[in-house]
Design a protein around this ligand. Structure first.
Ligand code: GLN
Length: 275
């Protein structure tokens, strides 16, 4: 079978599990052939399909996200390695990067709380050549992914990754004086209806935050004032229905709060600054 025919057959098979079946098939085929998607479409469609393709499609049929199958996800223009130890960076979170760069264009010290793949921290540092940053996570496996991404992007010299767990006492020791704090904490309600690709494959520890999805905001936000340098800002990702509740938590912690929306117009990020 040619690549073109295999792509058509795979797109039909994947239609039941994916809203982007044809795209998924192309990305998986490009991965199997070790070429870019545009090279695939320009130069390889008449070749015989590689034998390894069927197994990749079968994994996707089992709801495994494409990013875990290929091990790559682009975020804010950066190619990032991902594994099931980390949440797959979402396009929605690019809103947070833009808000952070607008809030602190001359930041020197950046802290990313729950760094996962390192996506937020590395995107910000790639835009701020004078800045350095620390990413913390409770998952050692996630920290290894983040450090690998920093190295691949040439950012190791300006980054550090530390194992910390903000449910433990003293988790903030030594982390203070930041111009910019970034956080995409877990914020999904335990009973939320999630796509199988998310619920069965992405790390629960990066998603779920108690019955109302607010547990991590309640723990984390009161500790943020002590970590910010004077004039600094914290950018916190929220779920689309959480703006009011998280704004209240932040006001109770002494912050002035501004809401930023994502490209779809949904509430997505809160900017916290000292009042
Ligand atoms: N945005 C993610 C989702 O919709 C959730 C990320 C998180 O909990 N921080 O699945």
């Amino acid at each position: 079978m040619t690549v073109a025919a295999a792509l058509r057959a795979a797109a039909a098979k994947l239609a039941g599990v994916s809203d982007t079946a044809r795209l998924d098939a192309e990305v998986l085929m490009a991965h199997a052939l070790r070429v870019s998607r545009s090279e695939l479409l320009l130069r390889h469609t008449r070749e015989p399909a590689p034998e390894s393709f069927a197994a990749l499609v079968a994994r996707r049929q089992g709801h495994e996200p494409v990013a875990y199958i290929t091990g790559m996800q682009e975020f804010f223009g950066l190619p990032l390695r991902v594994s099931p130890a980390v949440l797959i960076p979402r396009g929605d979170s690019e809103t947070l990067v833009e808000a952070a760069l607008a809030a602190q264009p001359a930041a020197r010290r950046v802290l990313d709380l729950g760094t996962g793949s390192g996506a937020l921290l590395l995107a910000v540092l790639a835009q701020l050549p004078g800045a350095g940053g620390i990413g913390i996570d409770r998952s050692v496996r996630a920290l290894a992914v983040a450090a690998g991404n920093a190295a691949a992007l040439g950012l190791s010299g300006r980054t550090g990754f530390l194992q910390r767990d903000w449910t433990r006492r003293q988790w903030q020791a030594g982390l203070g004086d930041c111009d910019l704090i970034l956080a995409n904490p877990p914020y999904v309600e335990l009973a939320a209806e999630l796509a199988p690709a998310v619920r069965e494959h992405e790390p629960a520890g990066a998603l779920f935050a108690g019955d109302d999805g607010l547990d991590d905001y309640r723990r984390l936000i009161p500790d943020i004032p002590a970590l910010l340098a004077p004039g600094g800002a914290a950018l916190i990702e929220i779920g689309a229905t959480q703006a009011d509740a998280v704004t209240q938590i932040a006001r109770d912690a002494g912050f002035a709060v501004r809401l930023c929306r994502d490209l779809a117009g949904r509430d997505r990020v809160l900017k916290l600054t000292a009042r």
